[in-house]
Design a protein around this ligand. Structure first.
Ligand SMILES: Nc1ncnc2c1ncn2[C@@H]1O[C@H](COP(=O)(O)OP(=O)(O)OP(=O)(O)O)[C@@H](O)[C@H]1O
Ligand SMILES: [Mg+2]
Length: 282
């Protein structure tokens, strides 16, 4: 029948369009991944260079002065810078090890720590203090670790860019027993987002930024749309609350794995908090 032929044709066309949209989405995600990788290389190189400059300068100081006090101080600084360099390479290696495209049980707290190692100096440079609050009994979630780290880095960079005069950023990880989710939130005390703009922020290519800033980040408008795709592919949700003049909070909600004694891990908060105080308090 003619009617059913037309609708068959329409169905084919609809399917073709759906396939095309899926292919474009994949391309967009791929290009955001490449951008994130480029940003990571640039961030890490800067961080590493900074550590090397510290080592070289204190080595020179130790060579110029042979009194014990100056040399002890130089060795102490060189030792600390060396430890920091090891932390940076570990964070990068962590990402490299996580490169699998498969879902694995993932410690979100560790992803937070590794992201902060990479962004620590950038946050200091823009006078952003970072508070990290990780609850004690967070179970691992089923996730592609690198993708979650990419989402987290996008949110942290957006928050940093929103607070151009410096400010405070709060990262929280907790269990939400009501929804049976693990919730990761990133809160900033920047200018907030108007209701009208809130409706658009997850659209691909929506950006209010003039272009990349001096660190080469921001302005493409694909950050949040990629975050949303990644989180939805993880069966999770991304929520945003914002009020003008007060700030913005993005929350990622991941479905909690069924409790299995063998795979549950717990991690303490103390190490993380003192590490952040030590690194951002100066
Ligand atoms: N924490 C925030 N505070 C205020 N506005 C924000 C915040 N996060 C996002 N936005 C707004 O949402 C827009 C879209 O963010 P998104 O991360 O998708 O793109 P972008 O940061 O402009 O560019 P990029 O793709 O390079 O990240 C931003 O341009 C900004 O206007
Ligand atoms: Mg962004």
């Amino acid at each position: 029948m003619e009617g059913s032929l037309v609708s068959d044709g329409q169905q084919n066309e609809n399917q073709r369009l759906r396939d095309e949209i899926a292919a474009l989405k994949k391309q967009l995600d791929q290009s955001q991944r490449m951008t994130a990788l480029g940003e990571l290389v640039s961030t890490t190189t800067h961080e590493f260079n900074n550590v090397l400059m510290t080592i070289i300068n204190y080595a020179k100081m130790g060579m110029r002065h042979d009194d014990k006090q100056t040399r002890d101080k130089a060795f102490d600084k060189i030792n600390n810078a060396g430890m920091r360099a090891a932390k940076i390479t570990n964070a990068v290696l962590g990402m490299a090890r996580n490169r699998s495209e498969h879902f694995e049980l993932t410690d979100v707290g560790k992803l937070i720590d590794e992201s902060m190692v990479l962004l620590e100096r950038e946050m200091q440079k823009y006078r952003i203090s970072v508070d990290i609050d990780i609850a004690q009994d967070i179970p691992e979630i089923s996730a592609i670790g690198n993708q979650i780290q990419q989402v987290l880095m996008n949110l942290l960079i957006n928050a940093r860019q929103a607070m151009s005069e410096g400010g405070q950023l709060v990262i929280k990880l907790k269990k939400n027993l009501q929804n049976n989710t693990v919730d990761l939130s990133v809160r900033d005390y920047g200018p907030g987002i108007s209701q009208e703009k809130l409706r658009k922020i997850f659209d691909p290519f929506y950006s209010t930024k003039a272009g990349p800033d001096e660190t080469g980040k921001g302005g493409t408008g694909v950050g949040l749309s990629t975050c949303k795709n990644i989180i939805e592919a993880h069966g999770g949700k991304i929520r945003v609350e914002s009020s003008l003049g007060k700030g913005t909070c993005f929350t990622l909600m991941f479905p909690m794995e069924k409790p299995k004694a063998a795979v549950q891990i717990t991690r303490g908060i103390a190490g993380t908090v003192s590490q952040i105080n030590a690194t951002t308090g100066t």
